[in-house]
Design a protein around this ligand. Sequence first.
Ligand SMILES: [Mg+2]
Length: 118
Amino acid sequence: MAKILIVDDAEFLRVRISKMLVSNGHQVIEAENGAVAVNSYKTNRPDAVLMDVTMPEMDGLAALKAIRTGDPNARVVMLTALGQESVVLEAIKSGAKDFVVKPFEPARVLAAITKALG
Ligand SMILES: [Mg+2]
């Protein structure tokens, strides 16, 4: 069992991913934007993070960088949209472990998390 922080401004997506991870034995925490995620990461020290890119307050790229500055071993998987290739490149350069393109199959998210935890 791992503790996963799910970061997305779309509540239905957080709920969907959360259910899937919980049914696979994981513990989840949710955050609705990058700023909340950075604080939650410090407090909760999750084993991995699923991070949306486009969010209010602080976007996923900025949150990835802030989290990795605080914990260089942070395992972050980005949730991206089609057309965000430059974001994907910068995220990988900034230490993201993997990325999953929306709309995604739940199995793909689970595989990326499992690999990141590995
Ligand atoms: Mg979003």
